[in-house]
Write a protein that binds this ligand. Structure first.
Ligand code: AMP
Length: 283
């Protein structure tokens, strides 16, 4: 695997249609699963490693965000990446850069409500990265469900012709979704964090039992979680419709650490959702 510092170095190193996996580094097994999925296709796999300053709000963890290029390179290479692209801030935001990409009203809802400007920052950097990489396909985690839906929208609206693929959420053994931010949790907080997947599992269990009323579905214990939102929506994040595929989304804090997660609910196969949370354990 090659470590490239510039987009030109990436293009000099690879040939053929690129499958692209954008990340902010601090790679874990969730990222590795995206790279493994990318490597199943033909053509080179390029993983970007860039902590994007514009998607962090004032008082958020931009400075503290974990950075370790050597560890990232080892994980990306083992998962099958051909290139790890670690661009400079100057390459992504050259002098005079002035454009922003606004993905519309959904960017203000859910995570966008507590993180103003976050999804404009995400959409802008991802379109810029797409422009520099010119991939045919890009892989994102379903863990960041709203991000995935918004990026699919932007890619479609701007007719970029890039296939934006959502990959399954990879979890720890107690169901907690892997996240670079989990390392901020103290051992006590880490134990308490299981409340997040447990809440989703409880919603899925009640959905599997035929419950379709949103208030009843969302009536689950939240213990130590300082809840930001727990809501159920249609799978495309439009308002919930009991007869259509849905998704339950949760965000909250344990101590100072913000955690998000979600689980898709399928009215045709309602029992399958909760199982996915603990797939690793049963495997
Ligand atoms: P990040 O570095 O946190 O910006 O994430 C980079 C990509 O990895 C995004 O597409 C995330 O949705 C995805 N990702 C992060 N955590 C997980 C996980 N636990 N399982 C699957 N994908 C993930």
């Amino acid at each position: 695997m090659i470590i490239a510092r510039s987009a030109a170095d990436v293009h000099a190193a690879v040939e053929g249609p690129i499958t692209f996996v954008p990340t902010m580094g601090a790679l874990h097994d969730g990222h590795a699963s995206l790279v493994r999925l990318a490597a199943q296709g033909t053509g080179p796999v390029v993983v970007s490693d860039f902590v994007n300053p514009t998607q962090f709000g004032p008082g958020e963890d931009f400075e503290a965000y974990p950075r370790d290029l050597d560890a990232d390179a080892a994980i990306a290479e083992a998962a099958g990446a051909d290139v790890l692209w670690a661009p400079s801030v100057e390459e992504i935001y050259p002098p005079g850069f002035a454009t922003t990409v606004d993905p519309g009203p959904l960017a203000e809802e859910l995570c966008g409500a507590s993180r103003p400007g976050h999804f404009v920052g995400v959409a802008t950097v991802v379109i810029r990265l797409f422009g520099l990489m010119q991939p045919v396909r890009a892989i994102f985690g379903r863990k960041d469900y709203q991000q995935l839906v918004l990026l699919q929208r932007v890619t479609r609206d701007l007719a970029l012709g890039i296939d934006v693929v959502g990959a399954p959420t990879i979890r720890e053994h107690d169901g907690l979704a892997m996240s670079s931010r989990n390392r901020y949790l103290s051992p006590e907080e880490r134990a308490l964090a299981a409340v997040v997947p447990n809440a989703l599992r409880n919603v899925a269990a009640s959905y599997a039992n035929g419950e379709r009323r949103p208030d009843a579905l969302l009536d689950v214990p939240l213990d130590a979680l300082e809840l930001e939102y727990l809501t159920v929506r249609a799978a495309d994040l439009s308002p919930y419709d009991p007869d259509r595929p849905a998704v339950v989304l949760i965000a909250g804090r344990i101590g100072g650490t913000r955690l998000i997660d979600n689980l898709e609910l399928d009215p045709i196969a309602p029992a399958s959702a909760g199982d996915a949370l603990f797939a690793k354990e049963s495997a």
